[in-house]
Design a binder for this molecule. Sequence first.
Ligand code: ZN
Length: 295
Amino acid sequence: MTAVNYVGRFAPSPTGALHFGSLLAALASFLDARAQQGEWLLRIENLDPAREQPEAKAQFPFVLEAFGMFWDGPIVYQSDRLAFYEEALCKLSSHHLTYPCSCSRKEIQTRTHSGLYDRHCLLHGPTPHKRAGYRLQCSSGGICFTDRIQGTRCFDLSQESGDFILKRRDGLFAYQLAVVVDDHLQGITHVVRGSDLLTETPRQIQLQRYLGYQTPDYAHIPIASNATGQKLSKQTAATALDTKRPESQLIRALQHLDQAPPPELMSEKTSDIINWAIRNWRPQQIQRTERKAVF
Ligand SMILES: [Zn+2]
């Protein structure tokens, strides 16, 4: 057996059914992994039980299979992994990189007008007898990374997000912490996902540096927007993928990803479309833009 030096993943949140935007992220990450003989893992990011839709979650594996995308290993659920996130939080705290914060979003908004956290609880301590969450004390200075599609990007966390939440006041772990811990523990080498997560990446890199983790290779694909420029999402009521007609939706997704599928591919079956797409995967053809309209 040869060693796998590519491990990718698709990591949807079960807050609604998979839609065309989800298909783009799934397909791009799948093709990128398979074109390099890599592994492709499926992780369900279900940290927030109140927002979880059990039926949507149960459908995810069937939808991916219907679209010809088969993952490696068991499906990982973040709800089973809280002990790992707690351990990482403890490690950060033992290095004095976190501090408790009792501020509500409204309090921060009233004080700062921008929503950018003002380090109130770092300077004054949290309000006694009030529930507190934990924030990461971010380093000053910029974080730069080179995205395979979007090019080199630099962010100054102190100006853009401030010290961000790792564990919420209600006890839920934040997405940022969980995703970084999971990418590390699952040995993810390549992250391919929608450009709506581009601005989350520097926060994740900050955490990786603090925790002594490797930073994976990032590629953020242009997200799909509707005619009015809104991102296709559960919030904008994007239609669920139709598992009875995967072929035409796969072709549309390949077009969106600038893979120029030939017209004759339209009449092929799902597995042949996928095999063509793996053989002909050209990520360098993907346009450097964060958003593209689909009609
Ligand atoms: Zn605070």
